[in-house]
Design a protein around this ligand. Structure first.
Ligand SMILES: [Zn+2]
Length: 207
């Protein structure tokens, strides 16, 4: 697995090499954690072809490309039938799958958000899906919430954690003790869900 280092123009290669060498163990550990995660979630095996597997809500679903009249998901067989002919190119399969995933993210995340809004009385001014690299969610000081569509790859407890995390920011705009206490009052078991996300930046899930 390669490593890309970003540095400002005024930092010399020697300096970069020195820093990378210093941080070597940490970098190696992080890369290993990500590799394990990709393996576990089947993310490394994403193939946009008939029979290809993609992660979805904590499990894996199979892509079927056999000319279905419209794109449909059969939950019992965990199969996503795309409305594409068997001859469809990889790029079209990828685009159609992506469009379906983003649409599912909008529905599923939107539902979880409404559920917790009703439960807690915490309501953002607006919310929308985001595609930012390296952030699962954010909450602005004006009360707008953004949630990364790639959360749809994770089990619902992880989605709930990020949703509640951002809703809690409507009350506490920091990560103080009071913030975590408020979050725990809504989601007592949040630590386990949070651990599933650690070491997995949103941008890691290339799509
Ligand atoms: Zn936060």
């Amino acid at each position: 697995m390669g490593l890309e280092v970003s540095a400002p123009w005024y930092v010399s290669q020697t300096e970069i090499n020195r820093i990378v060498a210093q941080k070597r163990r940490w970098i190696e550990r992080k890369l290993a954690e990500r590799a394990q995660w990709r393996e576990r979630e089947g993310v490394g095996a994403m193939r946009f072809e008939d029979g290809g597997l993609i992660p979805y809500r904590g499990s894996r679903i199979r892509i079927a490309v056999c000319g279905a009249p419209k794109t449909t998901f059969l939950a019992d067989q965990a199969t996503l039938s795309l409305s594409l002919p068997p001859t469809a190119e990889t790029t079209r399969i990828r685009e159609t799958t992506l469009a379906w995933l983003v649409n599912q993210a909008q529905c599923v995340i939107g539902e979880r958000l409404s559920y917790f809004e009703n439960k807690t009385g915490l309501v953002p001014r607006t919310w929308r899906l985001s595609n930012t690299r390296g952030r699962w969610g954010s909450c602005s000081s004006s009360g707008s919430i953004r949630l990364c569509w790639r959360l749809i790859f994770f089990s619902d407890d992880v989605i709930d954690y990020v949703v509640v995390h951002e809703l809690t920011h409507l009350k506490h705009m920091d990560h103080s003790v009071r913030f975590w206490q408020a979050l725990q009052a809504i989601l007592p078991d949040y630590v386990r869900a949070r651990e599933k996300l650690l070491g997995v930046p949103a941008g890691e899930l290339e799509f």
